[in-house]
Design a protein around this ligand. Sequence first.
Ligand SMILES: [Zn+2]
Ligand SMILES: [Zn+2]
Length: 127
Amino acid sequence: MTTTQEGGCQCGAVRFAVSGAPKFVANCHCQSCRKATGAACSTWVGFLAENTQWTRGAPAFFASSPGVKRGYCRDCGTPLSFAGEQWAGELHFLAGVFDNPEAFPPRTEAFTEDALSWAPRLHKDTE
Ligand SMILES: [Zn+2]
Ligand SMILES: [Zn+2]
């Protein structure tokens, strides 16, 4: 069975769809994500790029560091996606921009060494 999930930006100009199970769902505590989203940490859902597609409009991209492309809506500014050379062949989406974010509870955390003292953290027994 192939499940499809859709999502998009706040204004609706950019929409996407993904199929299949995510490779991971992780809370990232790195400073780059913090700046990109404005949130203490951000939940990312990783897919094989071949299982994703932009279904309406197209994102603009910002290279937050060399080899990284962060996709966002040029109209409303919603951060949407992340692609990096370190994760070649993958496309990551922020959990919060899916139509049904409940489908993607985070399982792991990344860059916890950069975590803010007040950032929400997963229970130790899930790490
Ligand atoms: Zn938008
Ligand atoms: Zn990050």
